[in-house]
Design a protein around this ligand. Structure first.
Ligand code: SAH
Length: 400
């Protein structure tokens, strides 16, 4: 089965309105509509050739979506390279080879295809043991990639039982089985030898926050003997690592009761004593305020909120929200306790986030020492010039 849908179409010619040639040649894979001279009508996902703004020189091939602000996505910067199944197959093989560097039997859940980071614009594939979940980022990618053919490639290459397609979160469509049955029950997998279950179809993202893997390990390393509070805990990823790392007690807070049920389950399937784990269904901000009133304190606090800045316009409000949150979290961190804060907003960069941390800690009238920082793991690669793709920031501090 084909891997891409539109090989037979004649590529559309697009011209740059600005000199973006250097950035594109360096690997930046996006061209917005306002950087194109014309945006001709065409079905989403149409193959296209991009020409520079001066000499009419072809500089890249990719696909086009006339209706999206993100009008052109680069597949190759060699304009002589045909965009066909042989090209797609080469990209898939490269992506799979990269994962073999990192993963063995101890980690069976990982991101196989990270879209632009693997030279596969808009194509996401996460593996959970013998099940794969595909996701497409927009109408262009959905039309360009031939999902049934890709499912066959993945199942055949990795010897999987099932491949499903998860709709983009905004749309509320049901998941679709591509190979094997739909994973309606939780799937069990390993991460650094830790056992987890995830609801691939109902859960957030593709079921689990694979991007926090390295940071979870870090939390496991510093948890020994500490009372731990995991705020925005979801299905207990950080909590279980803390428990296995020797935490004396862990509290997991989240708004979503089903996620907390899964957190309790994940705690239990790792053989941890149920008495050492408490789940609290509550709003994080309210929980932290109440805890401060009661003068509660924890020796390790983890705060991993959803993105407060999904768009550029929301950045200012988001900065204020992060700051309040960090101040509230610092207030309930025991003296010389550890505080880990994460942000998954791509619109807030690391220097900005560190300033937010500084302001938040100061607002709580505390001081902090930065111990270490983390980000996305190696199965979430990004082209070097494409900083927009490096969204995850993780900061571990000691709060004096
Ligand atoms: N740390 C988790 C991922 C957290 S994702 C992990 O490693 O798996 C963010 C979580 O925040 C989601 O589970 C969501 O349900 C929860 N959430 C969103 N808004 C919230 C709020 N106001 N209070 C508490 N939890 C909230």
């Amino acid at each position: 089965m084909p891997l891409i849908n539109t090989t037979k179409h004649t590529p559309i010619k697009l011209r740059l309105a600005r000199d973006l040639v250097r950035t594109i040649k360096r690997g930046h894979p996006w061209v917005f509509a306002d950087a194109l001279r014309q945006t001709p009508a065409a079905p989403p996902g149409s193959p296209a050739i991009l020409f520079d703004n001066k000499k009419d020189r072809a500089i890249a091939r990719g696909f086009y979506d006339a209706r999206s602000p993100l009008a052109f996505r680069v597949c190759t910067t060699d304009p002589a390279e045909p965009l066909d199944d042989a090209w797609a197959n080469r990209q898939f093989v490269r992506a799979a080879a990269l994962r073999r560097i990192w993963f063995d039997g101890q980690t069976t859940a990982y991101r196989l295809f990270n879209g632009e980071g693997d030279g596969l614009p808009g194509l996401i594939c996460d593996i959970y043991a013998d099940t794969a979940v595909l996701q497409l980022d927009g109408d262009g990618p959905a039309a360009f990639w031939n999902v049934p053919g890709i499912a066959e490639w993945i199942a055949g290459t990795l010897e999987l039982k099932a491949v499903c397609l998860k709709p983009q979160s905004r749309r509320g469509e049901a998941g679709q089985a591509l190979i094997g049955p739909l994973p309606i029950r939780p799937v069990t997998f390993l991460e650094n030898g830790v056992r987890f279950q995830a609801n691939l179809l109902e859960g957030q993202k593709t079921g689990f926050f694979l991007d926090q893997r390295d940071n979870r390990r870090l939390i496991g390393q510093v948890a020994a003997g500490r009372r731990v509070l995991n705020v925005f805990g979801y299905t207990g990823g950080f909590s279980v690592y803390a428990g296995l790392g020797g935490a004396s007690h862990v509290t997991t807070v989240d708004l979503a009761a089903p996620a907390l049920q899964m957190a309790a389950q994940n705690w239990q399937i790792n053989g941890l004593p149920p008495d050492n784990h408490l789940t609290v269904a509550a709003d994080a901000f309210e929980f932290l305020t109440r805890a401060a009133h009661k003068k509660n304190a924890w020796e390790l606090v983890i705060v991993d909120p959803p993105s407060f800045a999904p768009t550029k316009e929301s950045v200012k409000k988001a900065i204020a929200a992060y700051q309040t949150l960090i101040a509230s979290a610092a207030a309930i961190t025991a003296p010389d306790g550890l505080l880990a804060v994460a942000s998954c907003s791509s619109h807030i960069d690391l220097p900005t986030f560190l300033t937010i941390c500084e302001e938040g800690i100061s607002q709580a009238r505390r001081r902090a020492t930065l111990l270490t920082m983390g980000g996305q793991p190696a199965d979430h690669p990004s082209p070097l010039p494409f900083s927009e793709f490096r969204y995850l920031k993780f900061v571990l501090m000691r709060v004096e």
